[in-house]
Design a protein around this ligand. Structure first.
Ligand code: CP
Ligand code: NVA
Length: 313
């Protein structure tokens, strides 16, 4: 089914219905096939995209830049070392100016509030390329990768293990609960997500037929998992917490023993990357047979292209 998403921003997946997410995923599979077949399309010809980065990026930057450029558009990369945003100029003023010159804006940075203000004041679609709180474009790629492996999403058990309160844990909880999956966070209590967000996701799950479980019990959490997912223990901006996190999270490392505890031979391993081998995941798992991390990374591009097609054309 087709939906009209023209003009919409992607700040968090909370704002999108299950059906709208399914529609974006459907476009993602189509553009992946097109790319594989070598078909050239110029859907963004004459369009411009501002890409603002306060934090580093390999995948997100590359995905936006290549997806936009290969469709004939002009992406413009701006690090906050170069532009006035937040330093010499308010976010509102930068947003107003960029909205006069660009067709869309991507933002990666610290505060969720910044990406929300950019959307409010620019008047053009704004895409959240990661904030401290959410990373919605990553979740689209993750859902696409799960669909490629299992054919569907509903009813699958998706287990996130590690820092249960970072941008990935929050966003996966939103995406999986919306799509009718059995979503579990396995983390020590001090790293559990905010209760208000958990309750919000439980209400999404009630509608979709999924469920949400937060536990510190590894055995209970991972048994029967179809997907085991992890992310770095110290996210960008939290580097000073690394030693403390290693202590706290070492029992939650995704290693061969934890993968065996799922009891599922067909379980897949996923990670948004970049990964720190030997911390949140062992090399044997991320480089092993169950790992789908390179498909997942490639799918960033197809899903990002899809969200731009859905909201710009
Ligand atoms: N997964 C992800 O967002 O990667 P980058 O930090 O390289 O963009
Ligand atoms: N939680 C990680 C995700 C990186 C894609 C971070 O914010 O650094």
């Amino acid at each position: 089914m087709a939906f009209n998403l023209k003009g919409r921003s992607l700040l968090t997946l909370k704002d999108f219905s299950k059906e709208e997410i399914e529609f974006i995923l459907q476009i993602s599979h189509e553009v992946k096939k097109e790319r594989r077949s070598g078909k050239i399309t110029q859907r963004f010809l004459g369009k411009t995209l501002a890409m603002i980065f306060e934090k580093r990026s390999t995948r997100t930057r590359s995905a936006f830049e290549t997806a936009f450029a290969e469709e004939g558009g002009h992406p413009s990369f701006m690090s906050t070392d170069d532009i006035q945003l937040g330093a010499k100029e308010t976010i509102e003023d930068t947003a107003r100016v960029l909205g006069r010159m660009f067709d869309a804006i991507e933002f990666r940075g610290f505060k969720q509030e910044t990406v929300e203000k950019l959307a409010e004041y620019s008047g053009v679609p704004v895409y959240n390329g990661l904030t401290d709180k959410f990373h919605p474009t990553q979740v689209l790629a993750d859902l696409m990768t799960v669909q490629e492996n299992f054919g569907s999403l509903k009813g699958l058990k998706f287990v996130y293990c590690g820092d249960g309160r970072n941008n990935m844990a929050n966003s996966l909880m939103i995406g999986c609960s919306k799509m009718g999956m059995k979503f579990v966070i396995v983390a020590p209590k001090s790293l559990w997500p905010e209760e208000s967000l958990v309750n919000e996701c439980k209400s999404f799950a009630e509608v979709s037929g999924g469920n949400v479980l937060i536990t510190d019990d590894i055995d209970e959490g991972v048994v029967g998992a179809d997907v085991v997912y992890t992310d770095v223990w110290a996210s960008m901006g939290e580097e000073s917490k690394r030693a403390e996190r290693i202590k706290l999270l070492t029992p939650y490392q995704v290693n061969d023993e934890l993968m065996e505890k799922t009891g599922n031979r067909d379980v897949i391993f996923m990670h948004c990357l970049p990964a720190v081998r030997g911390e949140e995941v062992t090399a044997s798992v991320i480089d092993g047979l169950h790992s789908r991390v390179w498909d997942e990374a490639e799918n960033r591009k197809h899903t990002i292209k899809a969200i731009m097609i859905a909201t710009l054309l």
